[in-house]
Design a protein around this ligand. Structure first.
Ligand SMILES: *Cc1c(COP(=O)(O)O)cnc(C)c1O
Length: 385
């Protein structure tokens, strides 16, 4: 019944864990779910207010423009200039997105032919691989390891792979490892992509979710990056807007045009009222982003201190709302997730679910109030490891 591309989808690894979780919740167990990367906090009120006004205006009730409202693209370009120091032409170098996930899935359709290789960081957002498979491309994972600070080793890619490589997906601040990249790495990516004629796609979903004064740079601020790449921004994590489906792509105008060609044949753009709310998010004071980050920072500290007290060697992340922790000796990522669930009522995501190189790790999402995180730590301390 299903197409080959659906039949070729990798098996869903967590079915058994999901079932066990649902059974426990149904049985009345007080489960602490640190599994999902979806903010528990509401969208900032001034953004909701802008939406409320916009949705009452019948002018917003029609098909939107494919590329996005000119005012939205202008606001996105101004935001990029103000917070990331990059210059963009809103008419040709900015495109509205129905969240960045659709862009990740559509980009290979725009640029990849059957047999072309797509490089991507592993562990990683599952859509890099699946979007590639849907387009008939060959996914080639680049393992992220602690020894390399969770940056891919671009020098170790075999020559025959490089010859076929067309596209490279990477993501810093990173989900799931919470690693960050500096300009040195981005400069290296530009050189690498120029040398091998590869399109660079930087997924920048977590760039504003940062702590301890860390500021996350834009890939496009690397010299020459606009020649080879594009960058994806998302309102989802920055403004607690996952459900609204809004983001934007910026970068090289031919690349933006290519993605736009796919999108204009598949979707019909973002509801204007959502774009108007998105403009309010981009143009208003970013104080509410800072406040949200303070909340995550407190949660992070509670979890990291707790894990360290248990003897788990974990790095305190400078960005993202994830803690990427090595599993204790004798466990796989799945067996440890199972133990956490069954013996402590805690949901966390086994690293292997993000790719083979994620084995040996577990991802905690800081998406519950600090009291619940402290409760999770108390429960974990009682485990016999
Ligand atoms: C959450 C997330 C996104 C954002 O997806 P949207 O479709 O914009 O909600 C993109 N990339 C990564 C790695 C993510 O974790």
């Amino acid at each position: 019944m299903y197409s080959d591309r659906i039949n070729a989808l990798p098996p869903y690894l967590f079915a058994a864990i999901d079932d066990a979780r649902d059974e426990m919740i149904a049985a009345g167990v007080d489960v602490i779910d640190l599994g999902v990367g979806d903010p528990d906090l509401p969208t900032h009120p001034h953004i909701v207010e802008a939406m409320r006004e916009a949705v009452c205006d019948p002018k917003t009730h029609h098909y939107p423009s494919y590329a996005g409202m000119p005012e939205f693209r202008k606001a996105a370009a101004e935001w990029c200039k103000k917070y990331k120091g990059i210059e963009l032409d809103p008419a040709t170098e900015v495109l509205s997105l129905i969240g960045s996930k659709e862009a990740v899935a559509h980009i290979p359709i725009a640029f990849v032919n059957p047999g072309d290789v797509v490089l991507y960081t592993d562990p990683g957002y599952p859509v890099y691989k699946i979007g590639t498979l849907f387009a008939g491309g060959e996914p080639h994972p680049l393992p992220l390891t602690a020894e390399n600070n969770f940056l891919p080793d671009l020098d170790s890619i075999p020559e025959d792979v490089l010859k076929k490589a067309k596209l490279f997906f990477f993501n810093y601040p990173n989900n799931p490892t919470a690693a960050t990249a500096d300009m040195k790495f981005f400069n290296k990516v530009v050189k690498f992509c120029k040398k091998h004629d590869i399109i660079a796609v930087h997924d920048n979903a977590y760039c504003q979710m940062t702590y301890d004064g860390y500021e996350s740079p834009s890939f496009l601020s690397a010299k020459g990056a606009m020649d080879v790449g594009m960058e994806l921004y998302s309102h989802s994590k920055t403004y607690n807007m996952t459900g609204w489906r809004l983001g934007f792509a910026v970068g090289n105008k031919e690349l933006i045009k290519g993605l736009g060609k796919v999108k204009s044949n598949v979707d019909s753009g973002v509801f204007d009222a959502i774009q108007i709310a998105g403009i309010a998010a981009l143009r208003s004071s970013q104080a509410s982003v800072e406040e949200t980050n303070k909340i995550y920072e407190e949660r992070r500290d509670a979890l990291v201190e707790g894990l360290k007290a248990m003897g788990i060697e974990v790095k305190s992340p400078k960005a993202t709302f994830y803690v990427w922790a090595p599993v204790p000796k004798g466990f796989t990522s799945i067996s440890f997730a199972k133990l956490l669930l069954e013996d402590a009522g805690i949901v966390a995501t086994p690293g292997v679910g993000f790719g083979e190189a994620g084995e040996g790790y577990i991802r905690f999402a800081l998406t519950k109030p600090v009291e619940r995180i402290k409760e999770a730590v108390e429960r974990m301390k009682k485990l016999r490891l």
